[in-house]
Unconditional design. Structure first.
Length: 247
């Protein structure tokens, strides 16, 4: 018996990195998993590897009609949705005075607007069963900021607040909403030119003096997706090797 037997989950940005780890973990615990991403090649390959209880759907998370398509296809394939992991996101670091409006809005659309659209669009499906868990992947960057991170910080601080607001709106419908705040995790997102010094600085400020692993984040996502966290909603769950302990 798995902790998620009979559950249906959607994981955005699920083709690689943390999203792929979440997909594998939830599926191992009995969930049927829909992976969404703009990276069709990686997404299709992962779904094929995971087997018949996984499905890939190409998905622009900033587009409302794409969200509705994902919900419709998920219900058609697996049934009502029980779990949403809003994992898709980008990081883009540039000083405030140099960042273009286009770059700023792109980060906000993918990291923040997508979370709103996801929560809103899955609500009717989740409310059918009066049982649901929405897990919004924020960041320690949604609790404190750093130089050159105005767009990223704005988006992740917003996710922290949006999680609380949605948790209050959805509570009477049996739907829980929580946010996860990873520190520096070993994923392909770290391979961005120009961020090496910032990453090294974050590691140095981390008491455990190492990067986190995607599988460590997935264990927390599993806890929040399962009934083990049945009395948790509107809360932040930090996974950062102690980085925020002294703030």
């Amino acid at each position: 018996m798995g902790k998620l037997d009979g559950k249906v989950a959607i994981i955005t940005g699920g083709a690689r990195g943390q999203g792929a780890a979440h997909a594998q973990t939830l599926l191992n615990e009995g969930a049927k998993v829909v992976i969404t991403d703009v990276n069709s090649e990686a997404g299709e390959a992962l779904a094929s590897e995971l087997g018949e209880n996984a499905k890939f759907i190409k998905h622009d998370v900033s587009n409302e009609s794409d969200w509705q398509n994902v919900v419709n296809e998920t219900e058609s394939t697996f049934g009502s949705i029980n779990i949403l992991v809003n994992n898709a996101g980008i990081n883009y670091f540039e000083p405030t005075q140099e960042m273009s409006e286009e770059s700023y809005r792109r980060v906000i659309n993918i990291n923040q607007v997508s979370v709103f659209l996801g929560m809103k669009t899955v609500f009717p499906s989740m409310s059918k069963t009066k049982e649901g868990s929405i897990i919004n992947i924020s960041s320690v960057g949604g609790l404190f900021s750093q130089q050159g991170a105005i767009a990223y910080s704005a988006s992740k601080f917003a996710v922290t607040g949006m999680t609380k607001a949605a948790a209050l709106d959805f509570a009477k419908h049996g739907i829980r909403v929580n946010s996860v705040h990873p520190g520096t995790i070993r994923t392909p997102m770290l391979d961005v030119p120009g961020t090496e010094d910032a990453i090294k600085s974050l590691i140095e400020k981390t008491p455990l003096k190492r990067l986190g692993e995607s599988e460590e984040v997935s264990k927390l996502v599993l806890f929040l997706a399962s009934n083990d966290s049945s009395f948790s909603t509107g809360s932040e769950f930090i996974l950062d090797g102690g980085a925020t302990a002294s703030l």
